[in-house]
Design a protein around this ligand. Structure first.
Ligand code: SF4
Ligand code: SF4
Length: 134
């Protein structure tokens, strides 16, 4: 028996917010799982890339608490393989943007040891500041 899922206004609002920010027709995802099978970081994630898409489809805002969106390295492997032409990297980026707009940083620059600051490539540091701070 096919079960119908009804989204409430809050769910729909969140789905539209992520769809608008990412520019992706997220409802087109058919949960084939190719993204999860292709992602080099899926094993480290608490939810898989396809689960991330499903949560957004359902407007479940608790997806913002997952670490998967922070682990996504925007490598675009899933993007080039998605049979529905979806850019999941852009969805993860949109989720990070929504989280960072709440002014919650995800790294504390002051806690990076000085010795590491001195040896880490500057471009890597700047990239991580841009990715993890609001
Ligand atoms: S590969 Fe595309 S269609 Fe398949 S689950 Fe991932 S995002 Fe959805
Ligand atoms: S873009 Fe992100 S989710 Fe997609 S394969 Fe790369 S790390 Fe995984």
């Amino acid at each position: 028996m096919i079960k119908t899922i009804v989204l409430d206004d809050k769910n729909v609002e969140f789905l539209h917010q992520v769809s608008d920010l990412s520019g992706q027709p997220i409802t087109r995802c058919d949960q084939c799982g190719v993204c999860t099978g292709s992602c080099p970081l899926a094993r480290e994630m608490d939810i898989t890339p396809s689960q991330m898409m499903r949560k957004v489809q359902l407007g479940q805002e608790d997806v913002l608490e997952s670490k998967a969106m922070w682990l996504c390295a925007s490598c675009f492997t899933c993007t080039v393989r998605c049979p529905r032409g979806l850019d999941l990297a852009k969805v993860a980026e949109a989720l990070r943007q929504i989280s960072l707009r709440k002014a919650v940083d995800h790294i504390d620059i002051n806690k990076i040891p000085r010795e590491e600051m001195e040896i880490l490539p500057q471009v890597a540091l700047i990239s991580s500041f841009r990715k993890f701070t609001g």
